[in-house]
Design a protein around this ligand. Structure first.
Ligand SMILES: [Fe+2]
Ligand SMILES: [Fe+2]
Length: 499
């Protein structure tokens, strides 16, 4: 029988919870990890979140499946927040210089490079959510167990949030794989490339390699599985398949098969929305169309983020937040259409805007156009008007959607003022630059028609009739007859209130 330790007999005053509710004295009396080891592991988690953010963002534009575009936007934002939290925590741990931009291990770098370059949606999803997120969850759980819950409470707090969201991401990925069906190629790639890379890195946290090297790790050091000795494998010695050639970002937006007629500019939503002669109720449909069409904003913002290196992390976090908001705006449109009994695929959700900006403008010009448009949303005719119209429809859901859409746009305007405007001498110059960039892109209404890409079909009557049928009312003949396209409209004016 073992002798009872002093810890076992210790009680707090009147049996109150010990140690501010963190843990028991007995749990806190286990030494746990030192600051140096905590920092070493936290830097690896930070690197993983940074790479996950990069991968998810870079793949939004070229991912055809709408549901995945919006999920990548969501999860990229979550990762950006965890990067920010970890940067802040590491900065509290006696660590300058932080070295947060260093690659902790070449095999970890190759592991994420491989996933970034995954050639199919199935492999990308499996690589991100099963291999990477799954392994990161395990490493963080190990950290939570290994570190002292009292001495390292701030790290544990930050990681607890990360665990919740990683678990959601992992479950999301599993559900996607169950729906799409995973190919045997994913498993083979994981077994022969991804998992061996993780092994070379000593796992996500590098614990395997530090144990072999007496607790010290310097970038590049690992326990070689072939020699059993400590080696410094060079970056070029990493097993690679899809990342054997450097990844090239694809800025061309792609859509799934529900997005028929993506060049269609046949229904001028703003013209209908701002016409006082039309009643509010059908205007709800035009606003929902405008919301769903916003899926082009994540497609475009992802290209700015991906092609603008070297900014402070706050830039990437804020831009990713805005990107995620725009994806939410698109989903609000989807929800509204479904709630009103409308098959949204009958409204032609164009990618004309993101396609042209991504292929004809520089990242800086795209940001300029975005900022210029968002400034135009603030005056009385912009988001306030949409909210008031939403209220006037008598449909509480539409009012809620427009209420939050407006609030989000105010935030986006502030993000623009924080990260875009200071690159210019004044707000005026910043706006002029965006205006000029947008003017570079003249209307392509005729061009795309002549090229046979679209007939600019008027989809409005079908969508409006569907909504009337669901509501059980006859269509208003004047509303039904609306037939105004974007032909001959200045591209900037048509978009100023369009987002
Ligand atoms: Fe928006
Ligand atoms: Fe916005």
């Amino acid at each position: 029988m073992s002798t009872p330790t002093p810890l076992a007999g210790y009680t707090s005053y009147k049996g109150l919870p010990q140690l501010a509710g963190l843990c028991t004295v007995e749990e806190a009396a286990r030494p746990g990890l030192g600051v140096e080891e905590c920092v070493r592991r936290l830097k690896r988690f930070h690197y993983c979140f940074k790479r996950l953010h990069q991968i998810l963002t870079a793949r939004i534009t070229s991912e055809p499946i709408y549901e995945l575009k919006t999920a990548f936007a969501h999860h990229a934002y979550l990762c950006a927040e965890h990067v920010a939290a970890l940067r802040s925590r590491i900065g509290e741990m006696r660590e300058p210089p932080l070295g947060l931009e260093d690659v902790p291990h070449p095999a970890l770098e190759a592991f994420f490079d491989e996933i970034l370059a995954a050639p199919t949606t199935e492999e990308l999803v499996a690589g991100v959510y099963l291999d990477a997120v799954g392994a990161l969850e395990v490493a963080i759980q190990t950290y939570m167990t290994d570190t002292n819950p009292l001495t390292d409470a701030p790290s544990r707090r930050a990681l607890r949030f990360a665990q919740i969201e990683l678990d959601e991401m992992n479950r999301y990925g599993r559900a996607v794989i169950a729906s799409l069906g995973t190919t045997s190629k994913c498993c083979e790639w994981s077994d022969s490339i991804l998992q061996p890379l993780l092994d070379l890195a000593g796992g996500i946290d590098g614990v395997a390699s530090t144990q072999a090297s007496g607790g010290r790790e310097s970038p590049g050091d690992t326990q070689s599985p072939t020699t059993g000795g400590l080696t410094s494998p060079a970056r070029q010695d990493m097993p690679r398949r899809y990342s054997a050639k450097p990844y090239v970002y694809d800025p061309v937006p792609k859509r799934d098969e529900r997005f028929t007629d993506p060049w269609n500019q046949g229904v001028n939503a703003e013209s209908f929305l701002y016409n006082p002669a039309f009643p509010a109720r059908p205007k709800a449909l035009m606003m929902l169309y405008k919301r769903l069409r916003e899926i082009d904003v994540p497609e475009m913002m992802a290209s700015i983020i991906t092609q603008t290196p070297g900014k402070p992390w706050g830039y990437y976090r804020d831009m990713s937040r805005q990107l995620w908001d725009e994806a939410r705006h698109a989903m609000m449109g989807e929800v509204g259409f479904v709630a009103l009994g409308v098959d949204w695929t009958k409204a032609k959700i164009t990618f004309n805007w993101s396609h042209r900006l991504n292929t004809e403008c520089s990242p800086m010009e795209r940001h300029g156009v975005l900022f210029f448009i968002e400034q135009g949303l603030m005056p009385k005719t912009g988001k306030r008007y949409e909210f008031e119209t939403g209220q006037a429809t008598g449909l509480p859901l539409i009012a809620t959607i427009q209420d939050f859409d407006w609030a989000d746009e105010v935030l986006h305007s502030q993000i623009g003022r924080l990260w875009y405007v200071p690159q210019f001498g004044s707000l005026k110059e910043a706006l002029e630059y965006g205006d000029a960039a947008w003017s570079k892109i003249l209307s392509n209404w005729t061009t795309v028609k002549e090229q046979g890409l679209t007939k600019h079909e008027n989809w409005w009557p079908a969508v409006y009739e569907m909504a009337c049928k669901a509501e059980g009312v006859p269509p208003d003949p004047a509303v039904l007859a609306f037939d105004e396209t974007y032909e001959g409209k200045r591209a900037d004016l048509q978009r100023i209130a369009a987002e």
